[in-house]
Every structure is written in structure tokens, then in C-alpha cells.
Write a protein that binds this ligand. Structure first.
Ligand SMILES: C[S@@+](CC[C@H](N)C(=O)[O-])C[C@H]1O[C@@H](n2cnc3c(N)ncnc32)[C@H](O)[C@@H]1O
Length: 384
């Protein structure tokens, strides 16, 4: 993550300014920033005589030179105010132009306002979750020009490489979402997606925490809802235990039907992605799991949410949902920013909102989250 370290005689707490918001709980300070392509938050905290300045990763910008230079400028500004100097940083330019990368990205606020189907003009839709460097998506999109492909990827480096690849090939039927796919699926209408591909997901047991599992029971039910009748979910993995557990979960928790001779087969197709090449070099067997939807599913219960949204409690944990105000930050004009966590309690989202005098949450340019059903339910719960 982009960061800088300042050595200073004066403490962070002596500062004040319009764009400096101090935490009510800790010694943290946050500053909302807007550059030509991105809106994000920079954090700073005291660590002995040093001050650490960091990009806040929950605000999710693509890390381009634009973002790095904003973090560097902010650290220079703090160093000057505190009679100190920047002693370390990792903010060297990499010549990543944000305009090129942005060409393929869907705006998160637009997705929340309109939903994918409206944004994509109701064209034929396919999805890839965890696109990595985009090799598979690029080739598949070239062969299916009548379909628009939505690629989800959480990591910065691979999504940037993928966008550059699509731009070099001048592909115009791919849209990217730089966010956790698990929160994006509810923003597709029911029964509208032709295919959902997942190629070489990290098996959950590589992670310390189960909450990172991409394909859990919540996600596979969401996948089932948005697939078209006749549409397919297609998984490739080098991990047999993973293939077995996903196939079992699909059998137990969805009505999707196995769409191969056997539910788990050895795959002989080649998709030539970074991870496929890696596992083939290690002579690992690749397994394919394909399931088909045979019945239509009902749409989600509509939940109307209007911002500004009055919040009546700052912590609720109920019915598998959470809403919690983690911290409140205030500047010298008494403007407030609330850091909240909300959504499904085992896998919540995390975002910053403006907070009015009347305890109303309102989105800032730096507010980044996807309004999945659990986010809607938990925000409504806080509002009731
Ligand atoms: C092992 S890599 C496979 C990449 C690519 N499919 C390939 O075959 O080379 C898994 C990718 O999924 C991404 N990923 C993991 N969980 C995700 C999530 N919840 N939403 C979007 N992307 C995710 C990771 O960042 C990573 O790039």
C-alpha cells in the first residue's frame, strides 16, 4: 500500500485544518482527497516520534501515479507543518496513466444507482470473478462480440494489467469492477446472466480467515439467482478438495444441475492464464465443475433506501447482519465523517460517510461500497 514515514518534533495532535479530520477514539487523522481520476482517503497516525501516512485501502482507488503523488504531497504538507521531514516512502512513479485504466472500469456509484442491467443496456451478459491479468476474459470477449463481459477483480496490480491488455487489443465488450465480487452479484437482475466463470480461485484454507472464501454458501445462492435459465456456472481449479466442496454446496444449497457427465471432471481445455500455466508446469491436474440453471428464480425483495439516512443506533448485530459505527472523525469546522461497518455479519463491508448534525449518513465522493441486499438490510435496520 502506498505510504510514507515522517520524522517530526511536533506531534500530529497539534495540527488542525479543514481537510484534517481527527478521530474521536484514537490518535488517527484522516483526510479526504480527490485527484483527476480518483477519490480516496489518506490516514496518518503517530508512532513514537514518527508519523505514518497511508492510503486507506477501504476507499479502493486504483493505485496510479496520480494517487501516489497525492500521498507524497500530503506527507510533505504534514512534514512542513510539524517541522519534520519525510524519511521513507514507497511512492515512486510507475507511469501508470489513470485515464487508460479507467476506460474499462464501471463507477461504483453508478452501479449502486442504476444496477448492472441498466448500465449495460440489457445486452447479453457474462461474468468472470477474479480475472487476474485478464488473459481468459480478453480471449473469450474477442470470440463473443455480442456479449458484454463483466470482470470482477479486487487486486490492484492484476486489474491494471488486464485493463492495459484490453486497451492494447482495443476490446469494447468488457467492463471491469474493482471491488469484491461477492457484493456485486445482487446488483444484477434475476435470471439475466448467461455464464459465470471462476478460474483458479484461492481455496479458502490458504487464508487464515474463512471470511475471505469467495465461493461460500451466500455467494453461490447469489450466483444461482442471477443466472439465466439455461445459463451456466463454470469453475476451474487445481484443487480437488475445493472442487468437491463447491460441487457439494451447489447440490445442497441450490437447484442448479450438474452439466457434465460427472459433476467434477478432469479438464482438458486450455485457457492459458497465469495460474493455469503455473499449475500445468507443476503437473497438477485441473478440475472442471459446471452447473446449469434449469428454473427461473424470483427477484430480491425491493428495499428502498434514501440518503441522507438517519441512523438511530450505532451498533446492531441481529439476524446475521451488522451495523456498527467504528469511529467518528471531526475537523475544525465541526464537520464529521463516520467510519462504519455494515452488511452480512460474517463478511461485512466497510466505508466512510459524511455524518450530519442530525445523525444522518450521506455519501461522500470517497464513499465506496456496493449496495448488496445485506448492506440494504443492515442500513435499513440502523434507520428503523
Ligand atoms: C489465483 S488468482 C486467479 C487469476 C486468474 N483467474 C487466472 O486464472 O490466472 C485469483 C484471483 O481472484 C481475485 N479475487 C479473489 N477473491 C476475489 C473477490 N472476492 N472478488 C474479486 N476478485 C477476487 C484475486 O485477487 C486473484 O487475482
Amino acid at each position: 500500500m502506498p505510504h510514507a514515514v515522517i520524522q517530526a518534533k511536533k506531534a500530529l495532535s497539534c495540527l488542525n485544518g479543514d481537510n484534517l479530520f481527527f478521530s474521536k477514539k484514537s490518535g488517527f487523522l484522516i483526510s479526504p482527497v480527490s485527484t483527476k481520476c480518483e477519490n480516496f482517503i489518506i490516514r496518518a497516525y503517530q508512532n513514537g516520534e514518527k508519523i505514518v501516512v497511508k492510503l486507506d485501502k477501504t476507499t479502493n482507488p486504483l493505485i496510479t501515479d496520480d494517487v501516489k503523488s497525492a500521498v507524497l504531497n500530503f506527507s510533505l504538507y504534514l512534514a512542513k507543518k510539524l517541522n519534520g521531514k519525510t524519511i521513507h516512502h514507497n511512492l515512486v512513479e510507475t507511469k501508470k496513466e489513470c485515464e487508460v485504466l479507467k476506460r474499462y472500469l464501471l463507477d461504483i456509484e453508478d452501479i449502486n444507482k442504476k444496477g448492472f442491467n441498466t448500465l449495460l443496456n440489457s445486452r447479453k451478459i457474462a461474468i468472470e470473478i477474479g480475472i487476474g491479468k485478464g488473459e481468459f476474459l480478453c480471449e473469450t470477449a474477442k470470440k463473443n462480440r455480442d456479449t458484454v463481459f463483466v470482470g470482477f477483480e479486487i487486486a490492484n496490480e492484476p486489474i491494471s494489467k488486464a485493463a492495459l491488455r484490453f486497451s492494447r487489443e482495443n476490446i469494447d465488450n468488457i467492463k471491469l469492477v474493482h471491488y469484491d465480487a461477492r457484493f456485486g452479484l445482487d446488483l444484477f437482475d434475476a435470471n439475466t446472466v448467461q455464464t459465470i466463470y471462476v478460474n483458479f480461485p484461492e481455496p479458502w484454507f490458504k487464508f487464515k480467515k474463512l471470511k475471505h472464501a469467495l465461493l461460500n454458501t451466500t455467494t453461490i445462492k447469489k450466483i444461482e439467482r442471477i443466472l439465466k435459465k439455461g445459463g451456466t456456472f463454470e469453475l476451474l481449479t487445481d484443487n480437488l478438495a475445493y472442487a468437491v466442496s463447491i460441487s457439494t454446496a451447489l447440490e445442497l444449497f441450490t437447484k442448479l444441475k450438474c452439466n457434465q457427465e460427472r459433476c467434477i471432471e478432469t479438464s482438458n481445455k486450455s485457457i492459458n492464464t497465469y495460474f493455469e500455466r503455473r499449475w500445468k508446469r507443476k503437473r497438477r491436474t485441473i478440475y472442471s465443475v459446471i452447473y446449469k440453471k434449469t428454473d427461473e428464480t424470483p427477484d430480491l425483495e425491493p428495499i428502498d433506501l434514501q440518503f441522507p439516512l438517519k441512523i438511530r443506533k450505532d451498533y446492531i448485530l441481529k439476524d446475521g447482519l451488522i451495523f456498527k459505527v467504528l469511529d467518528i472523525f471531526e475537523n475544525n469546522k465541526n464537520e464529521k465523517i463516520a467510519e462504519i461497518t455494515f452488511g452480512e455479519s460474517v463478511n461485512p463491508q466497510h466505508a466512510y460517510f459524511g455524518l450530519s448534525e442530525d445523525s444522518e449518513l450521506f455519501p461522500l465522493p470517497q464513499t465506496v461500497f456496493l449496495l448488496d441486499q445485506e448492506a440494504r438490510l443492515s442500513l435499513r435496520m440502523a434507520n428503523l
